[in-house]
Design a protein around this ligand. Structure first.
Ligand SMILES: Cc1cc2nc3c(=O)[nH]c(=O)nc-3n(C[C@H](O)[C@H](O)[C@H](O)COP(=O)(O)O)c2cc1C
Length: 200
């Protein structure tokens, strides 16, 4: 490992510790209160704002959904799912209402897509990188969370209600809170299955 850059002065042992913490990140489904707030929430959102971004377009838009607003969000998901699938609307609606009530906080992540030289996919990828940075920050601060999508993320009714009009769009919902259970160990991918060295 190279020595720390002057603007990031941590020792080698701290560097390793930080990376070990990062490598221990995992998605957490069952969540309970508390959700991060105040300085913790600001740090998580700032982590999102450190995502790489071609052309300095700053395509990130994060919508924080917490407290009573979660109930309205549950209603929105119920309405949208009933429109998509009228036959199963009632059951789906109940499922979404209950799911949102179980989540201490949601952060809807999307990209405000601008036309120009930077391809749309790069703006969406930057929003995805922001989501990942926020998930890492959630984990490093001792909270838990998960990136979920499903049909609602791609639903125009849900997108419009959260302020995303095409070509801008949601890329996912982050659930955020405190892990509700101790999760079993997780098998992680083998490096060799995913990495090759190109030798020309
Ligand atoms: C773009 C994206 C969308 C996802 N959507 C869902 C989803 O809707 N439901 C779900 O159970 N997991 C979803 N996942 C997977 C979880 O977020 C998580 O990555 C997976 O459970 C593996 O856990 P890990 O992050 O600990 O490796 C999604 C992941 C990504 C990257």
């Amino acid at each position: 490992m190279p020595d720390s850059a002057p603007d990031f002065p941590v020792s080698r042992s701290s560097q390793r510790l930080l990376l070990d913490q990062l490598l221990a990140r995992r998605s957490v489904g069952p969540l309970q209160e508390p959700a991060p707030e105040g300085a913790d929430l600001d740090l998580i959102l700032d982590a999102g704002l450190r995502a790489p971004d071609h052309g300095k377009l700053r395509p990130w838009r994060f919508v924080v959904i917490r407290g009573e607003a979660r109930l309205a969000f549950g209603e929105l998901l119920a309405e949208a799912s009933a429109k998509r699938d009228p036959a199963n609307g009632a059951a789906l609606g109940e499922r979404y209402r209950a799911w949102v009530r179980r989540m201490p906080m949601l952060i809807a992540v999307g990209a405000t897509v601008k036309s120009g030289n930077i391809p749309e996919i790069e703006q969406l990828l930057s929003a995805g990188a922001a989501a990942m940075n926020m998930l890492n920050a959630v984990h490093l601060l001792g909270y838990g969370g998960m990136w979920v999508t499903g049909a609602n993320t791609y639903d125009p009714v849900v997108n419009a209600a959260l302020g995303f009009e095409a070509p801008s769009r949601l890329i996912g919902l982050l659930t955020v809170g405190t892990p509700a259970t101790t999760l079993p160990a997780m098998t992680r991918p083998n490096r060799a299955d995913h990495v090759v060295e190109w030798t020309g």
